[in-house]
Design a protein around this ligand. Structure first.
Ligand code: GDP
Ligand code: MN
Length: 400
């Protein structure tokens, strides 16, 4: 789960990580009061969306920059008015962009240098890794590719936590000395505390800045949480902004379905995450592309299968469906009944290929055969994928 910059900075403040003074608001009437809360006489007006690259982004009406530095309150409010309700397109949003529903006014900093700092999970060694660079404010992937020596990393033993000497090493690598080094070490140790305490998958500060008046400040903030930990963090769940999420994924969550929307044309309905991934792989192998990852789980009910079908068929990109079930705990009969039930309430206009195997497979196949539904049965994973790709191609050609 992701949150907005203004929420992330609120968390930073709670954990003792310095952030500029800020005020967030959702309505034009609140702009003046929010701008009045910002000291210093220079305002940074920031569009709040769950995507980075806002500074270099462009709104769909041509207005440039989702981050604006303004020298008068009037200019700050004028920029906020341009942004609110407008759609911001950045490198991370895709061409459709995101509608800005919140504006964040910040106190401006006088920047001496921009750094990069992040903590995330290094899956290759099952440890959190702290990544820091003197090349902040820009695309870190590009820095990693062109000048890898400018990226410092320290790995943290999760059972011990981040140690002071590790913070010292990073401070040295970033070239901090004296009071700046002291501030940085405190900041990065607190950032690790936040990362661990809130079960984050990522905390990122890009840029973290050294200011001309000797301070180290988080100028931007990105925090992502492990969805599997949300049950023990109601305060984090409360920060969720469903307007930033794919409505199909929001719907899927209501039914406890493991669903991720993708940009292909073949919808997959599978039980088990591993099988779902191999199904996506084999669709690609056969020349198609998956429209989603969907794991209905090991013990799905007819209601869940119906919900899954409703979500899949409402996606205009879906030109065909491949159901791939290996019945272990899950019964093929439940899936078959779910498909028949779903077909009563949602119209399935695209080709449907079904491969069932395992627990109660004969009963399941019988229900489908007697349902009168137009279904292409498949005998194996590869057979199912080939048939799905062929039928989707034919369907797309026929509906051109
Ligand atoms: P992003 O483009 O979505 O990553 O948004 P950021 O919050 O990182 O802001 C983009 C850029 O705006 C930063 O890299 C800074 O160069 C600039 N910026 C943001 N806040 C300030 C500020 O207080 N003072 C100055 N001078 N520049 C700022
Ligand atoms: Mn940034």
């Amino acid at each position: 789960m992701n949150i907005h910059e203004y929420q992330a900075k609120q968390l930073f403040a709670e954990f003792g990580i310095p952030v500029p003074a800020g005020a967030a608001c959702h309505k034009e009437e609140e702009f003046a009061a929010a701008a009045d809360q910002i000291p210093g006489g220079i305002w940074v007006v920031k569009a709040q969306i769950h995507a980075g690259g806002r500074g270099k982004g462009t709104f769909t009406d041509g207005y440039k920059g989702g981050v604006q530095v303004t020298k008068t309150k009037e200019d700050a409010i004028a920029a906020a008015k341009k942004m609110l309700g407008n759609t911001l397109v950045t490198k991370q949003t895709g061409p459709a962009g995101r509608v800005v529903r919140t504006i964040y006014f910040n106190e401006a900093c006088s920047i001496k240098h921009e750094y990069y700092l992040a903590i995330l999970l290094d899956r290759s060694c099952s440890k959190p890794v702290v990544i820091a660079s003197t090349e902040g404010g820009m695309n870190i992937e590009e820095v990693a590719e062109k000048t890898p020596e400018k990226i410092a990393k320290v790995w943290i033993d999760p059972a011990i936590g981040m140690r002071a000497y590790q913070a010292t090493e990073l401070a040295f690598r970033l070239g901090f000395v004296g009071d700046e080094a002291k501030q940085f070490k405190k900041l990065v140790l607190n950032l690790y505390k936040l990362y661990a305490a809130k079960d984050c998958t990522l905390v990122e500060i890009n840029p973290m800045v050294a200011t001309n008046d000797g301070k180290i400040v988080a100028l931007d903030a990105k925090v992502s949480f492990d969805d599997n930990s949300l049950f023990r963090h109601p305060e984090v769940e409360a920060l969720r902004d469903i307007t930033e999420e794919d409505p199909k994924e929001v719907e899927a969550r209501k039914f406890d379905l493991n669903y991720i929307a993708l940009d292909g044309s073949i919808a997959c309905l599978v039980n088990g995450a591993g099988l779902a991934m191999s199904t996506m792989d084999i669709i690609k192998y056969c020349g198609g592309s998956p429209a989603n990852f969907l794991d209905v789980g090991g013990s799905a009910t007819v209601e869940q299968v119906t919900a899954a079908f409703r979500i899949i068929t409402q996606d205009p990109h879906v030109k065909g469906i491949l159901v791939n079930i290996f019945g272990g705990i899950m019964s093929c009969l439940t899936i078959a009944e779910g498909i028949v039930e779903a077909a009563k309430t949602v119209e399935i206009k695209v080709p449907l290929v079904v491969r069932l195997e395992g627990n109660q497979v004969e009963e399941g196949k019988k229900v489908l055969a007697e349902s009168g539904l137009k279904i292409t049965p498949a005998d194996s994973l590869i057979d199912g994928a080939r048939k799905a790709v062929a039928e989707v191609n034919a369907f797309v050609a026929a509906n051109k």
